[in-house]
Design a protein around this ligand. Sequence first.
Ligand code: GRF
Length: 195
Amino acid sequence: MKKIVVFASGSGSNFQSIIDATITGQIPGVIAGLITDRENIKAIDRAKKHQIPFQVVVPSQLKNESEFATSLLDVLSNFETDVIILAGYLKKIPAEVIREYEGRILNIHPSLLPRFGGKGFYGLKVHQAVVDQHEKESGCTVHVVTEEYDDGPILGQSKVEVNVDDTAESLAQKVLALEHKLYPKVISDFIKTIK
Ligand code: GRF
């Protein structure tokens, strides 16, 4: 079974959908661990509930980017990581880590990339921009992580209609519901291709 390590910074509702999909067998892998950049987040409660080991690596407590990368690589090696899944992780993954796990890191982004992606497009800002530009549809995208923000090969997308009365908040809810279906499916397909 491939070993999955999830990175999260917040609620971890996508993390939960991945946990659930490993339990049902939809994802043919085990979650070896959770890595977060902060304490006291709901994602950690979810890990505890499911007896998933977790490690908090706080970048501001480390000297520089290189130490951050080394700490992450140590934790990833201890977890014997095959695949890294970013699920609402708000820190930029150091280039060293991306190189070490090249082609084995996935991210989910709450828009139809390449639209509304890149630096500064995160959380509600994405949905606000979609509403402000009177887009007719939005959605979510799962992509391979490369050194450019939100730029790697796209593995899957789901779409939803944007209604005239949608707000950033209502759109966020609709897109999140799509994410919970799309991410486990794409992870499952992806894992089967990994040697
Ligand atoms: C999701 O909208 C995801 O697309 C983005 O961050 C959010 C994380 O939500 N990358 P959650 O922590 O999984 O609930």
